[in-house]
Design a protein around this ligand. Structure first.
Ligand SMILES: NC(=O)c1ccc[n+]([C@@H]2O[C@H](COP(=O)([O-])OP(=O)(O)OC[C@H]3O[C@@H](n4cnc5c(N)ncnc54)[C@H](OP(=O)(O)O)[C@@H]3O)[C@@H](O)[C@H]2O)c1
Ligand SMILES: [Zn+2]
Ligand SMILES: [Zn+2]
Length: 352
């Protein structure tokens, strides 16, 4: 075991602060990674503030972070896919049972025995896993991803959650050329969804509550931008969408979006507000529309997404911050004031 520097929250109401956490020495199949950048996902904020207490209560101290890009520093004797010096990435998963039908299908995100990167029972050391707001992490090579060398590491980090969480449902629901696709909420996830839908050839419409994001939405690849608080603008799109991805982090009216789907259209929720959302069933019945959810993605699809990003030169638009600004970043994230992802430069942790 060794001590890694990290930032943790001691409770739902205390700011994140400098600390150290125990990491295991790499065993046979492990890869040790020096973390270069870690994105700040809104899930980190939900989890640190224990907003998901009914579904996955937070164990404190909590070290968040599941958008990790770094450099391999050491590998176990049985590791074949990585060597010291390689660029490597870790997302939301660090382990699973590997034997259930979901794991065998490469859909580890549905494994009943998965280990999340933070706030999951740690099979090796006891306690809970600690995430990427840290200078290093040790992960089984099966859960380590390869980062295409043409991608900027700071902008690539958010691909590990915001990227795969939006790419996966678009692939599942058949987003292709000629489809009309809506993206609700232009935050970290939403802006990746716009880039993917555009790259897949769809006609992309962004729904935002922030009029000041209109110009940049168009630059990200949107064909149209709708200010969702304007009912007139919304109604113009009634019954016209093949697919809508909803990435809003707070309570909102999803019926307003269900009305915009065509026959057999689908709206997938990836945003995870803590409170239930109301649904009028008639909106679904009349046009055989469907409403679904989607969690992150499995390892094979995450690698496919990274390779897709390499081929299309896609990264997140990031505001790089030192770890010392993380609490300020959380305040801004809560107000939807980031274009479009904070990425923590982990070199700043050396000063702690
Ligand atoms: N399903 C999964 O596997 C998964 C994975 C990662 C994250 N998530 C969840 O996805 C959600 C989004 O994450 P993120 O990191 O993209 O967050 P984010 O960067 O904060 O973006 C959320 C966006 O939602 C919109 N929004 C916020 N409050 C709103 C409100 N009261 N009414 C309407 N719109 C509002 C804002 O967009 P506009 O300014 O454009 O309106 C905001 O930028 C979070 O709940 C997160 O936990 C789920
Ligand atoms: Zn996330
Ligand atoms: Zn499994």
């Amino acid at each position: 075991m060794y001590n890694a520097k990290a930032y943790s929250a001691a409770s739902a109401t205390t700011p994140l602060a400098s600390t150290t956490v125990a990491r295991r020495d790499p065993t046979g199949h492990d890869v040790q990674i020096e973390i270069l950048f870690c994105g700040i996902c809104h899930s980190d904020l939900h989890q640190v503030r224990n907003e998901w207490k009914n579904v996955m209560p937070t164990v404190y101290p909590c070290v968040p972070g599941h958008e990790i890009v770094g450099r391999v520093t050491r590998v176990g004797s049985a590791v074949t896919g990585f060597k010291p010096g390689d660029l490597a990435a870790v997302g939301c998963l660090v382990d699973s049972d590997r034997t259930c039908p979901e794991c065998r299908a490469g859909l580890e995100q549905f494994c009943p025995n998965l280990t999340l990167t933070y706030n999951s029972p740690d099979k090796h050391l006891g306690g809970v896993t600690y995430g990427g707001y840290s200078d290093s992490v040790v992960v089984d090579e099966r859960f380590v991803l390869r980062v295409p060398s043409n991608l900027d590491p700071a902008g690539a980090a958010p691909l590990l959650c915001a990227g795969i969480t939006t790419y996966s449902p678009m692939r599942h629901w058949g987003v292709t050329e000629g489809k009309k696709v809506g993206v609700v909420g232009l935050g970290g996830l939403g802006h990746m969804a716009v880039k993917f839908a555009h790259a897949l050839g769809a006609h992309v419409v962004v729904f935002t509550t922030s009029p000041n994001k209109k110009e940049s939405a168009l630059r990200l690849g949107a064909d149209e931008v709708v200010i969702s608080r304007n009912a007139g603008e919304m109604n113009k799109h009634a019954g016209s969408f093949d697919f809508i991805l909803d990435a809003v982090a707070a309570a909102h009216d999803i019926d307003a979006y269900i009305q915009l789907l065509r026959r057999d259209g689908n709206i997938t929720l990836v945003g995870a507000p803590d409170k239930p959302l109301a649904v009028s069933v008639f909106g679904l019945i009349f046009k055989r529309r469907s409403l679904s959810g989607s969690p992150i993605g499995g390892l094979p699809e995450t690698q496919e997404m990274l390779d897709f990003c390499g081929a299309h030169n896609i990264t997140a638009n990031v505001e790089v911050i030192p770890i010392q600004k993380v609490n300020e970043a959380y305040e801004r994230l809560a107000k939807a004031d980031v274009k479009y992802r904070f990425s923590i430069d982990m070199a700043s942790l050396k000063a702690e």
